[in-house]
Design a protein around this ligand. Structure first.
Ligand SMILES: *Cc1c(COP(=O)(O)O)cnc(C)c1O
Length: 381
């Protein structure tokens, strides 16, 4: 490991966070205690959703959302090929088929026109991904969903705090999922949440999180029934105490992320071999990652050489993501091939994620800028 290595993302946990979590560890309720609901209310309230259900991870949140949406054998869910595999894997857990629709070149989010082309009799839901924190085109997506009677399950793992046309994410999709993995906006270690405005889905989510157990007190205080087996997707009380403490700092985290993004934008906008992120005028994007695209036609080196040169100099760049339809499982099972989604694939060829996290110091930001510039300039054609 290079000294002073700057990772692409990282949590910021302070003494207050540690204290809040430790306080719960000293109580009788380290799991299934009262802090879970407090955390759920705080996040749902902030996002403008009626209900929140906290679970063990963002992946569990996706699985639960697809399950309560009724995704079953052979059902199709339309999603983006440019996402973390969990968005599509969750559909597979339910026996469904992820159907990819290509992205828009500017925002890197799913293209509503491509969604329409993929709708069949088996389509049950659309699962848009707010890539890097930039909300998708929800006016159009919600319209398509309404017309075809589909549910919208929004993967907002990158986007806690983002807004679309004045509305916070979490307030308008049928189900919205969040992740609290350490690289995400706030963390509970592992953790996730599903937001919804539908009471019936909310009730089902709570049952799904807890083995499918429905209590039947009229038949005795101990008695319960399972109609559909659920999972143990519970989160612990001390994780939620950490989450609540982190949540109080969310505005500060967002402000700092935006400052760093503004600095990167200013530094890289004239760099001809780089394409910087674009933000629509009607969104507020909370950047989870800062993604640039290398214009390979202007460079002598390939993406891999540049990636490795950055890593060697202590810049923990990443690539988000290998398109899901490149994965052997998706190719073997559903017949996807390279070439199926040209916009996502063109993006992927040059994609590079630069370090971005609220605890980054100005000196670290400047080091990233200096290093990226010098490597790019050294490799210019
Ligand atoms: C992080 C992430 C997930 C999964 O969240 P985990 O909490 O790591 O399970 C799902 N979708 C996207 C887009 C993500 O970035």
């Amino acid at each position: 490991m290079v000294k002073n290595f700057i990772p692409y993302g990282k949590q910021w946990i302070d003494e207050q966070d540690v204290k809040e979590a430790a306080k719960i560890l000293r109580t009788d309720w380290i799991t299934q205690g009262p802090v879970i609901e407090k955390f759920e209310h705080a996040i749902a309230n902030y996002c403008g959703a009626s209900y929140g259900v906290a679970v063990a991870s963002g992946t569990a949140a996706l699985h639960a959302a697809y399950a309560v949406a009724g995704i079953g054998q052979g059902d199709e869910v339309i999603t983006s090929p440019l996402t973390f595999a969990a968005t599509a894997n969750g559909v597979v857990y339910c026996g469904g088929k992820p159907v990819f629709a290509d992205i828009q070149e500017d925002t890197l989010t799913i293209d509503p026109r491509e969604i329409e082309k993929k709708i069949t009799k088996r389509t049950k839901a659309i699962a848009p991904v707010d890539f890097a924190g930039h909300p998708c085109e929800y006016n159009k997506i919600l319209q398509i969903a309404k017309k075809h009677k589909l549910l919208v399950i929004e993967d907002a793992a990158h986007a806690l705090g983002s807004e679309y046309r004045g509305k916070k994410i979490g307030s308008f999709a049928d189900l919205t999922i969040l992740s609290f993995h350490p690289v995400k906006t706030i963390t509970t270690g592992e953790g996730g949440m599903i937001l919804t405005n539908h009471k019936d889905l909310y009730e089902k989510l709570k049952v799904f999180r807890h083995h499918g157990i429905v209590k039947k007190p009229e038949q005795g205080g101990w008695y319960y029934e399972i109609e559909h087996p659920g999972y143990n997707y519970r989160i612990t009380d001390f994780q939620c105490a950490l989450g609540l403490s982190q949540f109080r700092k969310l505005p500060r985290f967002i402000k700092r992320r935006k400052e760093i993004v503004a600095r990167y934008d200013a530094a890289f906008q004239d760099e001809e071999a780089l394409i910087i992120p674009k933000e629509k005028s009607y969104v507020e994007a909370v950047y989870h990652i800062y993604v640039v695209q290398l214009r390979l036609e202007k460079l002598q080196a390939g993406r891999r050489e540049i990636f490795e040169a950055l890593q060697k100099r202590g810049i923990g760049c990443q690539v988000h993501y290998v398109p899901v339809h490149f994965q052997p499982f998706y190719q073997k099972t559903f017949g996807y091939q390279r070439g199926d989604f040209p916009v996502a694939e063109r993006y992927y060829e040059g994609a590079l994620t630069l370090p971005l996290f609220p605890k980054m110091t100005d000196a670290q930001v400047e080091k990233v800028i200096r290093t990226v510039r010098s490597i790019i300039r050294f490799n210019r054609k």
